[in-house]
Design a protein around this ligand. Structure first.
Ligand code: FAD
Length: 381
């Protein structure tokens, strides 16, 4: 009988595993792939995400340091840079492998290449069934990402207005050409994918190129991606990966008596830009904290339901306000993009959010009173 079984070895599962090991919980982490494995992602690893780790990610994993953003909308282009780093760009196979190694070094048991098929929650334990074996644990964290179905035992499947469809590819290029195209910044194309966005992120010897938009609006994702590629001069045949991002905010069930959802499985993603690594790491850690408190009976109600309130206090505010921005973008796209491209300050201030210099809430509080001015005047450009 384990204290804890973690399903999935992405950033959320690894972060949970590392903390569980440090606290001394008998922990088994089960990952269906053999690492390093490919994970479709833009690979933007924010300062916020890094701040949650209890170690420094080595330099070789940071392929590019990002200080700014170039935003395109209907032929307009604004580029804004900060004097401090807002994120780095990483390859997820390398980052995720490193994070899993950091969980392993604490001494937890890790099985890769083994898939969890199902689990059964009992009064005093959970049975976890894989394609190889059956395991028992007092508690389980489901950190299976956005594509798995185990989470649907706890929370309903997202509706089409609650998740985004992304198509992503990697395009090889030499670093000199990449740096000439964009240096120390990321390239965002608003208005692509029916009010979603397209991105071109510079990595080590390749671009990550992708599009993403709400499932209810994005009817032909692959064609949208092909059009985006062509319009940016990428004319070859590329291997395209389709993946989902939950974007529906926070009003969900995320725990039962013995099972907790974390990361994408819980739906913890910034609805506006699709950033999820930070919330995956943090929610994995918080899931372990509540499980450990429950095991040690520090959590007086003895209930994992408190998990939602500790996540709420910790990071829900960002998820809530990113959803507000995302809803504004979908409901009033013309107005929204006009605001975003009418004044450099709107983007400049936004960059402070992933850099941890400003919260989403204070950004929106800053923005709202300025909206009439930005709609009427095109200042500072
Ligand atoms: C195209 C795209 C671009 C993105 N770009 C960014 C970005 O630039 N920056 C950012 O911060 N976020 C980005 N995101 C979001 C980010 O990828 C996720 O939020 C993050 O990976 C969530 O981490 P996780 O650990 O919850 O899930 P995952 O990283 O998906 O990990 C889940 C793990 O569980 C394993 N697993 C699944 N089912 C089972 C099972 N049944 N048994 C055992 N193992 C299982 C999987 O193999 C996987 O390794 C992007 C997402 C997409 C789709």
């Amino acid at each position: 009988m384990y204290d804890l079984i973690i399903i999935g070895g992405g950033p959320s599962g690894s972060a949970a595993g590392r903390l569980a090991g440090k606290i001394g919980l008998e922990t088994l982490l089960i990952e269906k792939e053999v690492f390093p494995r490919y994970k479709p992602c833009g690979g933007a690893f924010s300062e916020q995400a890094m701040s949650y780790l209890d170690f420094v990610v080595p330099q070789y994993i940071h392929e590019k340091n990002i200080f700014g953003v170039r935003v395109h909308f209907r032929g307009q282009v604004i580029e804004k840079h900060k004097e401090y780093r807002i994120a780095t760009l990483v390859s997820r196979d390398i980052l995720d492998n490193y994070l899993l190694e950091k969980a392993k070094e604490i001494g937890i048991e890790i099985k890769t290449g083994e898939k969890v098929i199902d689990y059964k929650e009992n009064k005093d334990h959970v049975d976890v069934y894989t394609n190889d074996d059956t395991y028992k644990a007092k508690f389980v964290i489901v950190a299976e990402g956005s594509q798995g179905k185990l989470k649907n035992r706890i929370r309903k499947r997202d509706k089409k207005n609650e998740y985004a469809i992304c198509v992503v590819t990697e395009i090889e290029q030499d670093n000199k050409t990449i740096d000439k195209y964009i240096h120390n910044a990321i390239d965002i194309h608003f208005g692509v994918a029916n009010m979603g966005y397209g991105w071109i992120f510079p990595h080590e010897k390749y671009y990550s190129v992708g599009i993403g938009g709400l499932a209810k609006d994005l009817h032909n994702p692959k064609k949208t991606m092909m059009d985006f590629l062509k319009s940016n001069g990428f004319n070859n045949n590329y291997k395209l990966d389709v993946h989902l991002i939950p974007t529906g905010g926070i009003k969900r069930n995320i725990a039962s008596s013995r099972v907790v959802l974390s990361g994408d499985a819980a739906g913890f993603v910034d609805s506006f830009i699709g950033e999820g690594i930070a919330y995956a790491i943090r929610s994995g850690q918080l899931a372990v904290e509540i499980i450990s408190d429950t095991l040690l009976s520090k959590n007086k109600q003895g209930s994992l339901k408190n998990y939602k309130s500790i996540c709420e206090r910790d990071f829900f505010s960002n998820l809530k306000y990113s959803l507000i921005l995302s809803k504004m973008m979908h409901r009033f796209p013309g107005i929204f993009f006009k605001i975003f491209t009418s004044n450099e300050d709107v983007i400049d201030k936004y960059l402070e959010v992933p850099a941890l210099k400003r919260t989403y809430k204070s950004y929106i509080k800053w923005l709202i009173p300025r909206v009439p001015k930005y709609l009427l005047f095109r200042s500072s450009r």
